[in-house]
Ligand binder design. Sequence first.
Ligand SMILES: NC(=O)NCCC[C@H](N)C(=O)O
Length: 409
Amino acid sequence: MTSTGAEHGASSEVGRLQTVMLHRPGNELKRLTPRNNDKLLFDGIPWVARAQEEHDAFAQALRDRDVEVLYLTELLTETLESEVARNHAITSALSGLHLGDTMRGYLARFLREASPAELTDYLTAGIRNDEVRGGFGLVTSLLDPHDFLVDPLPNLLFTRDSSVWVQDRVAITSLSMPARKRETQLTELIYTEHPRFRGTRKIHGWHSEYVEGGDVLLLGDGVIAVGVGERTTPAGVERLARQVFHADLAHTVLAVPIAQERATMHLDTVCTMVDVDKIVMYPNVADSLTAYAVTLAEGAESDAELTLRVADAEPFLVAAAKAMQIDTLHQIDTGLDPVTAEREQWDDGNNTLALAPRVAVAYERNDETNARLEDAGIEVVRIAGSELGSGRGGPRCMSCPVAREPLPA
Ligand SMILES: NC(=O)NCCC[C@H](N)C(=O)O
């Protein structure tokens, strides 16, 4: 089942969703405790069985709409059948650890003996000191039995952030928070070594300046908005712009400053596209959101040598409509009072996943936002998210579109 990757890709946020990559919550969530949840970027301790039920219902809602659901861990286990991929995965997982030679040597052997499925579990749920038998040395003795030797990755749930398809290429992102950095070792491995994706051309990379997928919105063919705030840096958006221009994947990148706060960690926490010319937006930022349009002034042999043109900041909706060459990008005004708006934004009311133009998945709990979306003619596919939401991410955050139908020209 080797492919060139040509059947994968996305050029908008709203073209009919054909294939999506999700991560069903697993053992990595069982690692969260009140002592580590802040560092691991969760706001609470989820009830894992219920989170799995909620996630299964989310996946089923997508399948009911003919969306092919791929699971990250299944892809990873299939990838790890290959000796090359296994060696690569083990080397990269161990390279960032400061555990000394005795423990590193022991862990290398321990991981090499694991089956592909076990290795997937170790790489995603992590390994605690008391879970390894052997390797007894100074490090084993002095670390707390419950310390992690390999950290768990509970935020794998948010597959949106660790890779983004732009046309027929996949951008391996560069995650800024220490708790998430290792995620892109796994997505890079899948897109490089899994037979389904072999041959897919890549851009960006985990070694590049910080760009997180939740900040990247494909507003329309050739127009990409990128939030710049707590996660994606100004240098990150510049690097991505250079790469998409060099590869001819876009003509305009809109750099959109957002507040550097947890509540607005990514652009998709304040706005998401629900139709070709409609965006749902957190009302408390709607009037102040701006964008700097970045275009190509002059080409060059390498992306680093391109000359970029940066326009003055304009209101986001104005800059977006200009770049998209439409009269108006309509903001769906949820019309909520600031307190209700703030509550529903926190619970990812604006973080919708479009399945097609005017059809979007949203958390059921955000009654008011969902009612306003329906008033605006959007079909809302409601899902439960009481447990899933404890990681502060909604349906868009929990999904990486791998293939969307192009929109009619
Ligand atoms: N695109 C998104 O907004 N993703 C949500 C990521 C939540 C995760 N707990 C994080 O803090 O990175």
